[in-house]
Write a protein that binds this ligand. Structure first.
Ligand code: FMN
Length: 215
């Protein structure tokens, strides 16, 4: 039996919470930390998963999920292969966007800015904290490159396992990026599609302008 999907009627009325200019933190990092803590406390599945959007040299957009691994007053950090598709795109245009969707809280956060590589020390430190399988994976996978079959990847993993044993060094092609934001928007779903959207624009290192956007 075929199941008919009625997409046009698939919608939800959001009513869990609200967001106002008066109640948000004056610094968006603080506001983000508050919401992130709530996403974790709410036991949402993978609250640390975010969409990373980049563009290629032709201005063609591209997006994929990565995990956030650090938040500080500089920006938002994630780790990946520098030679992957995203790595190549960021090398040619380092403007990017991060997006969180915390469905269970009816929230979305959009983070725009420029991406820089983190220091070698920071990448080393995180790499060394990873489980051995993940460490070897960074060697085994030529991320985003076409490969004949799965066994080719598994053979590469076995090769590096033999070569490095339990102590693989961080590959030079693998490390962290930090997105340094110049704008961050917090979206809270509200009834009747009159959602709350509060956007921060960076004026200088520690000063942000706060505006409300129409939903
Ligand atoms: C939940 C989830 C978490 C992921 N986390 C990462 C990550 O932290 N780093 C990473 O390189 N890829 C991660 N991936 C895989 C990426 O989405 C993507 O497939 C990979 O990075 C290759 O992307 P690219 O070809 O655009 O460079 C994750 C995927 C999912 C679904």
């Amino acid at each position: 039996m075929t199941r008919t999907l009625s997409l046009a009627n698939l919608r939800k009325n959001y009513r869990l919470d609200s967001l106002s200019e008066d109640e948000v933190a004056s610094n968006p990092f603080l506001q983000f930390q508050n919401w992130f803590a709530q996403a974790i406390d709410s036991k949402l599945p993978e609250p640390n998963a975010m969409t990373l959007a980049t563009v290629d040299t032709n201005g063609r957009p591209d997006a994929r999920i990565v995990l956030i691994k650090g938040i500080d007053s500089q920006g938002f950090t994630f780790f990946t292969n520098y030679e992957s598709r995203k790595g190549r795109e960021l090398a040619s245009n380092n403007f990017a966007c991060l997006l969180f969707h915390w469905s269970g809280l009816e929230r979305q956060v959009r983070i725009e800015g420029q991406v820089m590589k983190v220091s070698e020390e920071e990448s080393d430190e995180y790499y060394q904290s990873r489980p051995i399988a993940s460490k070897l994976g960074a060697w085994a996978s030529e991320q985003s490159v076409e490969v004949k079959d799965r066994s080719t990847i598994e053979a590469r993993e076995a090769k590096f396992r033999k070569k490095f044993g339990d102590t693989p060094p961080r590959p030079a092609h693998w490390g962290g990026y930090r997105l340094v934001p110049d704008a961050i928007e917090f979206w809270q779903g509200r009834p009747s599609r009159l959602h709350d959207r509060i956007k921060y624009f960076r004026l200088s290192d520690h000063h942000w302008r706060i505006a409300r956007l129409c939903p």
